[in-house]
Each structure stands twice: as structure tokens, then as C-alpha cells.
Design a binder for this molecule. Structure first.
Ligand code: AMP
Length: 362
């Protein structure tokens, strides 16, 4: 069986690495000559919206999936005319637009931060009146890793925020003074089976994920069940196949959905060593129509992203329980170049080891 992946970054690389032991083959579509996944998969060079490249890519594939949510809908539809595409292209429509996404959550009964659409300077004033401050103004589309968003501390910040982001479709969100950020990763198979990973605790710096701990500490069965219920509502509405990540704010005992990613997710990288079946293997299993694997955690894991620079390999590997994953990408400030997961039988040991690792990264 040959699996096509739209996008040739580290997620594609780790999907292929997880699929090889199952005897699957991989091909990626990636315009850049240097593709992280190109080391481990056949690399078709072409733009994501080039019909000829899409057709050449699809030739001989059994199934197509993707590793980023900004795949053009028309491209997904073109491919779907020839080969099954999972997750379903409808998931792209939801994940590509923050306004559609928040409405979609609300329609499923999943709470979110309060929000208002903003299409003009007047609408920004009206939305600020409605939501008050602090608030977060975001572009509806193409925002990632904290890009395309501005925090408004008071109404006086409106001019500056408009100057920075105005002219594009926007959304204003009430600022959530959350206790912490969590994510729930779940996977649904082609025949509707669903499995969910334990809630993960995520720490961001300047909008970029720096560290995840799984399972998140202090999560009782009710909170886990609530997150699983929210995930299931999304999966079922979209007749979803593959891994889905939902980022959540924990706020006064509630879970507010911030955004979803219809793909494997950085907050699930810990699962390579920290769960019986990784998110990558489960995504591959799902899209290939294979039985899903158990998502049970194995001990406690802490994952650190390697952002911008990579410390010495020797030093990282000298940390007991450390597992290093380098993505073969050239260094650039703010770029995710790899990750390291430390795993231990108990939380205290995992945290001690994570601190040792954090010292190397500081
Ligand atoms: P996003 O691009 O929506 O994932 O936002 C990036 C990060 O900004 C999140 O992980 C949060 O730390 C923060 N953030 C986004 N939206 C809000 C909000 N409405 N209230 C508070 N913090 C937010």
C-alpha cells in the first residue's frame, strides 16, 4: 500500500517512519527541494495547487493524507476524485478559518472564548464594545504559532492592532485568563472506531509550543471524559478518519476549545515513546483502514521542542530516558528543528530529567 502525504515537513517524516514497519510506502508532495520527509519518502516536487503536480502525485497511490491544514480545498477535492483523501476535506474548511471553526465548536455544544467577526474598523469598535478588554485580534486564516494575532490591553490599542492586521477578515476573541493549556488527541478509523490519548499539558512561548507533558497532571476522570466527549462530537460530525488534535484552555474547571488541527500534532510527539501506539502510527493505521492501536500511556513523558538551535547530541543523549528526534532542517530562528522526549516511570523522575534537558536548551 502506498500512502501519499501532502506536505513534506517533519510531520510527514514521522508519519513515514511510523508506517514503514507496517510495510507501507510513502510519497510526499512538497514544493521545496529540501523536504524533511524527503529522506524517508519519495518526493514529488510541485505546488499544492498545481493540477499537473497533483495528478502526478496521485498516480499509483492508495490513499492520500496531509500534514498541514492549509491544503487548498480545491486540491483536496481534485485528489479525492481519484483516491480516498483522509481526513475528509470538509475538516479543512473548519480548520482553515478561525471564525468557521469557533462557530463549528459552538454548534456542537463545545464552549469557546467569546468571539465576534471583524471585517472593518467600525466592526472592531463594535466587537470591543461587546467583548471588552483584554481581547485578542486574530486573522481568520493562515495564522500559526502565534503569528497574525495581537493582544489589545485596552480600547486604545485598537488603532495599532487595526494597522497591523486590518484589511483581512479578522476575529476578535475575549482574552481567556486560562489556568493552563491542554490538548486532546484522538483518532478515528475508517469503520468509526475511536481512541483517545490522555490530555496533554502544553506550554507555549511567544505562540510556539515549547513543552508538553503527558499525561497532564491533575486531570480527573471527569475532565478527561469531557475532553473525549468534545473530540467525539467533532469526529462524528465530520465522519472523520485519522488523528485530530483540539487545543483547549482550562479555565475555572471548564474546557474552552481554541482550535483544532486535522492532522498529527506537535503536542502528540511524546506518544512515539510515551504511548503504546504513537499518534503517527495510529494516523497511518486509520487512513490505511487498519485496526487502531491502544493509546495507553507508558509512564510519564515530557517533550521539549528544539527551536532555532540544536544543543549537542551527546549532551542530550546523556540525559537518562531522553529520546532525540532531529528533522534534518536547516537552522533558522523560531524554526522547529527537532524534539526530545524524556520518559520515566513516574512524574517526579520525568520532571527531574526534563529539567536537566531544559538546562541544555536554555
Ligand atoms: P492560536 O494561534 O489561536 O493557537 O494562539 C496561540 C496562543 O495564543 C495560544 O496557545 C494561547 O497561548 C494564546 N491565545 C490565543 N487565543 C487566546 C485567547 N482568546 N485568550 C488567551 N490566550 C489566547
Amino acid at each position: 500500500m502506498k500512502v501519499g502525504i501532502i506536505g513534506g515537513g517533519q510531520l510527514g517524516r514521522m508519519l513515514a517512519l511510523a508506517g514503514y514497519p507496517l510495510g507501507l510506502e510513502f510519497r510526499v508532495l512538497e514544493p521545496k527541494p529540501a523536504a524533511s520527509a524527503g529522506d524517508v519518502a519519495e518526493h514529488v516536487r510541485g505546488d499544492y495547487d498545481d493540477p499537473e503536480a497533483l495528478d502526478a502525485f496521485a498516480n499509483g497511490l492508495d490513499v492520500v493524507t496531509y500534514e498541514f491544514e492549509n491544503v487548498p480545498r480545491t486540491s483536496a477535492d481534485r485528489l479525492a476524485g481519484r483516491v480516498p483523501v483522509y481526513p475528509p476535506p470538509d475538516a479543512l474548511d473548519v480548520a482553515q478559518d478561525r471564525l468557521v471553526e469557533k462557530r463549528f465548536f459552538r454548534e456542537r455544544g463545545i464552549p469557546t472564548a467569546p468571539f465576534e467577526p471583524v471585517g472593518s474598523r467600525d466592526e472592531l469598535d463594535a466587537a470591543l464594545e461587546q467583548l471588552g478588554t483584554p481581547a485578542v485580534l486574530k486573522t481568520r486564516r493562515f495564522g500559526y504559532d502565534g503569528k497574525g494575532q495581537v493582544i489589545l490591553r485596552s480600547a486604545a490599542d485598537a488603532d495599532g492592532a487595526w494597522e497591523e492586521l486590518g484589511g483581512r477578515p479578522l476575529i476578535l476573541e475575549g482574552f481567556v485568563a486560562f489556568q493552563r493549556e491542554l490538548s486532546i488527541l484522538s483518532v478515528r478509523g475508517r469503520h468509526g472506531a475511536v481512541r483517545t490519548y490522555p490530555l496533554v499539558h502544553n506550554v507555549h512561548h511567544e505562540g510556539i509550543l515549547v513543552r508538553s507533558r503527558a499525561p497532564a497532571p491533575g486531570v480527573d476522570a471527569d475532565l478527561q471524559a469531557l475532553a473525549e466527549d468534545y473530540a467525539r462530537r467533532v469526529l462524528e460530525k465530520l465522519d472523520y478518519v485519522g488523528v485530530l488534535a483540539i487545543e483547549l484552555f482550562e479555565h475555572e474547571g471548564r474546557l474552552l476549545a481554541n482550535e483544532m488541527a486535522p492532522r498529527v500534532h506537535n503536542s502528540g510527539h511524546w506518544s512515539i515513546e510515551g504511548a503504546e501506539t504513537s499518534q503517527f502510527e495510529n494516523h497511518v493505521r486509520a487512513v490505511a483502514g487498519l485496526p487502531l492501536g491502544t493509546t495507553r500511556p507508558v509512564g510519564v513523558s515530557v517533550m521539549h521542542n528544539l527551536i532555532g538551535t540544536v544543543p549537542s547530541l551527546e549532551a542530550m543523549l546523556a540525559v537518562e530516558g531522553a529520546h532525540v528526534h532531529l528533522y534534518a532542517k536547516s537552522a533558522r530562528p523560531g524554526r522547529k528543528l527537532g524534539h526530545v522526549t524524556v520518559r520515566a516511570a513516574d512524574g517526579t523522575t520525568a520532571l527531574d530529567r526534563a529539567e536537566e534537558l531544559a538546562d541544555l536548551l536554555a
